[in-house]
Write a protein that binds this ligand. Structure first.
Ligand code: AMP
Length: 213
């Protein structure tokens, strides 16, 4: 299975990718997670990425191509992958197509996680990660028991640096401007499948599995 998960920030790509890989032996490749790891490592590149991400802007396409080419060349991606957060621009989509052509491993599908813009704001401002368990939670939507379980495990509910209102607004603008054309790119090539990504995590997961067949 070689798929791309598309969707605005907060559409649930990361959550659903984590559920998908429980059953399929392919890696979940999140460029956002890779960049956050680079930021945490404190390298010169990490420092540059940090300021771009905190502003809600995109890391340049040529840098992203280098990162993704290196990652897809690793052995665990040979039998497939779930890409989350890449491609985010038309150029990245073209770069990915060329890369996969060279590997003789074309994409099976691009899945659009479709969510109304109003709902995205609440999902993003409420989003937290439990420092003890790594579980993704939401202060507005997660059951109280799950939020309390994090504290009981000695964890804290951490908010991403770029999940503040100002940066969120910018990230949603960037999505409209740069990533919506990627949706059209895959639609034209007959690869696009749209999943209604509103509702509970389980309901969305069922719809996603159906779309994947
Ligand atoms: P995410 O976790 O996917 O929401 O990504 C967080 C941030 O990382 C984005 O707002 C961008 O600043 C950066 N980023 C992640 N993936 C990409 C990409 N494919 N191209 C450019 N920037 C990216």
């Amino acid at each position: 299975m070689r798929i791309v998960l598309l969707g605005a920030p907060g559409s649930g790509k990361g959550t659903q990718a984590k559920l998908l890989i429980e059953k399929r032996r392919v890696p979940h490749i999140s460029t956002g997670d890779m960049l956050r790891a680079a930021v945490a490592s404190g390298t010169r590149f990490g420092l540059k990425a940090k300021s771009i991400m905190e502003a809600g802007n995109l890391v340049p396409d040529d840098v992203m191509l280098g990162i993704i080419a290196e990652r897809l060349a690793q052995p665990d991606a040979a039998d497939g992958f779930i890409l989350d957060g890449f491609p985010r621009t038309r150029q990245q989509a073209m770069d990915l197509e060329e890369l996969l052509d060279q590997l003789g491993a074309p994409l099976d599908a691009a899945i659009l996680m479709d969510v109304d813009f109003d709902i995205l704001m609440k999902r993003l401002t409420g989003r937290r990660t439990c420092s003890a368990t790594g579980k993704l939670l939401n202060v507005y939507f997660s059951p109280k028991a799950e939020l309390e379980a994090c504290k009981a495990a000695g964890g804290e509910l951490l908010q991403r640096d770029d999940d503040n209102e100002e940066t969120i607004a910018r990230r949603l603008d960037v999505y409209r401007e740069n990533t919506e054309p990627v949706v059209e790119y895959y639609r034209k090539r007959g690869k696009l499948r749209v999943v209604d990504a509103e509702g509970t995590v389980d309901a969305v997961s069922d719809r996603l599995k159906e779309a994947l067949g």
